[in-house]
Design a protein around this ligand. Structure first.
Ligand SMILES: O=P(O)(O)OC[C@H]1O[C@H](OP(=O)(O)OP(=O)(O)O)[C@H](O)[C@@H]1O
Ligand SMILES: O=c1cc[nH]c(=O)[nH]1
Ligand SMILES: [Mg+2]
Length: 209
């Protein structure tokens, strides 16, 4: 597994804004989408290209580059992953969306699955799993298990903030999956929240706090 911490100044600036105590729902949502967009830009750097001949504005035949090969399915983990979806789809507008519903049991911190709906032919698609928070890693590993069970073989995980515990858990269970994040944070608190973190991302995006 490789961990990509995106240290681009725009990414770090936007993440810093998201960490403020009294951020509004509107700002948190907007920044979640913007960071989803920027992480997608980084995570799609190695998509394959092929040459195509087209007729240009001056009626000449010219070679241009086109995306080749595997198409994408974006996989938001409900609820909070939905917050990144628009930003991701702005860069890969033709992608299919596969949805996984999981919540973390507050006592055990284990993921509880309540929904799944996958796009067809997952073996022919790159899966981009999106969730703002990678904490214990339980939700991400459960999602990766499900995707692989349905035939997806190439998967990347895009998270705004990752805890070392979650990165280790994904690395152990799915060493082939690359993680893209704006920050590798310090630790988890006793309730499993990331420090310094963002707080409860789902509640902030949906206004349910
Ligand atoms: O790495 P983990 O320890 O599994 O924690 C991370 C999960 O917790 C949050 O979801 P939550 O359970 O709060 O659900 P929500 O998105 O519906 O709020 C977050 O969006 C991740 O899915
Ligand atoms: O810090 C955390 C951990 C899990 N889920 C969140 O929304 N935030
Ligand atoms: Mg939540």
């Amino acid at each position: 597994m490789s961990l990509h911490v995106i240290n681009h100044p725009l990414v770090q600036h936007k993440l810093g804004l998201m960490r403020a105590e009294h951020i509004s729902t509107k700002s948190f949502r907007e920044l979640t989408n913007e960071l989803g967009n920027l992480l997608t830009y980084e995570a799609t750097r190695d998509l394959e290209l092929e040459e195509e001949t087209i007729t240009s504005w001056s009626s000449e035949k010219i070679q241009v580059q086109r995306l080749k090969g595997k198409k994408v399915t974006v996989v938001p983990i409900l609820r909070a992953g939905i917050g990144m979806l628009d930003g991701v789809l702005r860069l890969v507008p033709s992608a299919k969306v596969s949805v996984v519903g999981l919540y973390r049991d507050e006592e055990t911190l284990e993921p509880v699955s309540y929904f799944e709906k996958f796009a067809g032919s997952l073996d022919e698609r790159i899966g981009l799993v999106i969730d703002p928070m990678l904490a214990t890693g339980g939700s991400m590993v459960a999602t990766l298990d499900m995707l692989k069970k349905h035939g997806c073989t190439t998967i990347k995980a895009l998270v705004l903030v990752a805890a070392p515990e979650g990165v280790r858990k994904v690395e152990e269970a799915h060493p082939d999956v690359e993680i893209y994040t704006a920050s590798l944070d310090e630790c988890l608190n006793h309730q499993g929240y990331i420090l310094p973190g963002l707080g409860d991302a789902g509640d902030k995006i949906f206004g349910t706090r």
